[in-house]
Design a protein around this ligand. Structure first.
Ligand code: OGA
Ligand code: MN
Length: 285
């Protein structure tokens, strides 16, 4: 195995065969995830089943909800569709699903709007556009460490209300329907998260945050903006340019990420993601 740390943070790992799960592979990966926050694996050779099997080594997997489609394009329930294709392989052009996807262009962490939240997301590139469509990652441990002491003191112990419908609203998605809010109601999360494996503190931020509990709305909005602007300065950010076969694993508890624009009506982009739960559900979905 060869590990090449990336400039801002994260690492590119070569020489690991991800297609054959084993306790030794899982242990090696856990250590890499703990150290680097974002791990880039190139030319993985993973198909859907192997992608899902690799992911199950790290915990329970979320099942992708049916939000604005009647049927999933992908055959395995654990695969989230982060691309722009219809089930028949044509490019998606309906406005509602385009706006929903546009929400991913806001800085966020996956599933912070669920009480059980998510530890790792594992995104595999199947088709990439010829230009655009990079994904950016920000290091929430380094950002936390770099905060002035008075800010650290101010945010200690604060909690935030996360809901996916807030980030969708910011992206221009219409007000969520009652069915949508019932399906994904939201969750309260600490603003500073102590990582369950490493014990390190990190900012737990996302544009899913609708408000910080106990603060007046203007103060809450200003604090969210200030923290996200601080935490996404260039020195904390890695920009990933995708190649087909790349698997990126990021730790949602100590990173944020966002999609970047591309010509989504002109080029297919097929990206499939598994999402590992941080805290298991008592009754798995
Ligand atoms: C995701 C996500 C960004 C992208 O899959 O969680 O935010 O560039 N993806 O597709
Ligand atoms: Mn995401």
């Amino acid at each position: 195995m060869d590990v090449k740390p990336l400039a801002a943070f994260g690492a590119e790992i070569t020489g690991l065969d991800l297609t054959r799960p084993s306790p030794a592979l899982a242990e090696t990966c856990f250590r890499l995830f703990d150290t680097y926050g974002v791990c880039v694996f190139r030319d993985t050779g993973l198909d859907d089943a192997a992608h899902v099997a690799f992911s199950y080594q790290f915990g329970q997997l979320e099942h992708a909800p049916l939000i604005h489609t009647r049927a999933h394009r992908l055959s395995l329930p654990e695969l989230f569709d982060a691309g722009n294709l219809n089930a028949d392989g044509t490019i998606r052009s309906d406005e509602r699903s385009r706006l929903f996807s546009k929400g991913n262009q806001l800085w966020h962490t996956d599933s912070s709007f669920r009480p059980e939240r998510s530890s790792y997301s594992m995104l595999l590139a199947h088709i990439t556009p010829p230009e655009g469509g990079d994904t950016e990652f920000a290091d929430m441990r380094a950002a936390y460490r770099a905060l002035p002491d008075d800010m650290k003191a101010r945010i200690e112990g604060l909690e935030a209300e996360h809901t996916i419908w807030h980030s969708r609203k910011l992206a221009g998605y219409p007000d969520a329907s009652e069915r949508e809010t019932t399906m994904i109601p939201g969750a309260r999360q600490p603003l500073v998260l102590v990582h369950p494996r490493t014990g390190e503190k990190a900012l737990y931020l996302a544009r899913h945050i609708a408000r910080i509990i106990g603060l007046p709305k203007d103060e809450s909005d200003a604090l969210i903006d200030e923290l996200i602007a601080f935490a996404t300065q260039p020195q904390f950010v890695y920009v990933h340019q995708w190649r087909v076969g790349d698997l990126l694993v990021w730790d949602n508890l100590c990173t944020m990420h966002r999609a970047t624009p591309f010509n989504d009506l002109g080029y297919p982009r097929d990206m499939r993601r598994t999402t590992v739960r941080d805290r298991p559900l008592e009754i798995p979905a």
